[in-house]
Ligand binder design. Sequence first.
Ligand code: NAD
Ligand code: MG
Length: 391
Amino acid sequence: MRRVTVFGATGSIGGNTLDLIARAPDEYHVVALTGGRNIDRLAALARAHRAELAVTGHPELLDDLRGALAGSGVEAAAGEAALLDAAARPADWTMSAIVGIAGLAPGLKALEQGGTLALANKESLVAAGPLLLETARRHGATILPVDSEHSAVFQALVGEDIEAVERVIITASGGAFRDLDARDLARVTPEQASSHPNWDMGQRITIDSASLFNKALELIETHEFFGIAPERIEAIVHPESLIHALVGFNDGALMAHLGPPDMRHAIGYALHWPERRHLPVERLDFAAIGAMTFRAPDEAKYPALRIAREVMKAGGHAGAVMNGAKERALDAFIARECSFLEMAELVDRTLDKLTAESLGKDTMTLDSVQHADRRARQVVEDALDLTASAG
Ligand code: NAD
Ligand code: MG
């Protein structure tokens, strides 16, 4: 029996992970499942999978979780320390699918146990790539990418020499507003941004797809995880979302990874790696598909990609600042405290300000990353307060 733990079990990636696990119940023992405010869902999943432990990130919900698990034999716990305790319980395979920087500390704790971490939580690589990789190395742990583009790159690299890689191309669907012009973008609402043309995902990553901040995070994720130089990493808009990434080699050959837009592909690859197993995903019919199209991303309309390049160039804690500012700006957009286009302006201004303060030239630790994250959020909040008082 493989011991598995799922962080963010109640979310979109968590649900897809448990869907695969449920198809072979004899092969897995579920150690811990974690969630946020959706206590009923967390408890139902913990019961269905006979988990040892269920944890909500919110301490005030402990009694609710206890109540929902009464008589099930599943332990209940709550709060940040309880998430870390769950990460420290022996498991062979851990899915990191909390959304946002909250996923970083449990991910690091899981790596310290030396097992395999399937990493959907891209924010932790963006904010703390070197720390994550170094922690894995020190404890003999393995990190497997779960983002579809990065799983695609990882698969295209099997048996290849990384030195022979000339370029990596990750694809972008273009998100909800790919056909809008800049004028219309200024007025879009959180509801409009929360619906994705191809992928069914959590709300935050769906909005990030519409602003191309998701692709910006993924450029950095590619750089951090594979050690590819920023100038060798490209993003291309591919509205059909069938090619997830391409790796180009020094002989001009390109290896592409294709599949339907279904995250169970990347999750399943990480679950069964280094083997391949049957997965319940749709098989592509090329005669029915007919054509695939590509276009350059409009960087004037979407500043996120330029911001990502600046962050990669700056290094250090710039990724943590960018991610923290982006998360706070996204909260503001969802709460209608700023417009869609103002999100990128807020991130830009925060990076300018904190780079001038030369924040985080020191070595990277969990503390230093969390400090940079908090500073970035504060700068965004101050800017929002100024706008609010001026308005
Ligand atoms: P989601 O919003 O559907 O789920 C997020 C999960 O995190 C939930 O279980 C929620 O309860 C939990 N959570 C949120 N805040 C928390 C906190 N402070 N403490 C503890 N738990 C908390 O998100 P998702 O779409 O499943 O995305 C999860 C991660 O995977 C993100 O990092 C995202 O960028 C990445 N990812 C998602 C997809 C996708 O298809 N959904 C694809 C690639 C990468
Ligand atoms: Mg992706």
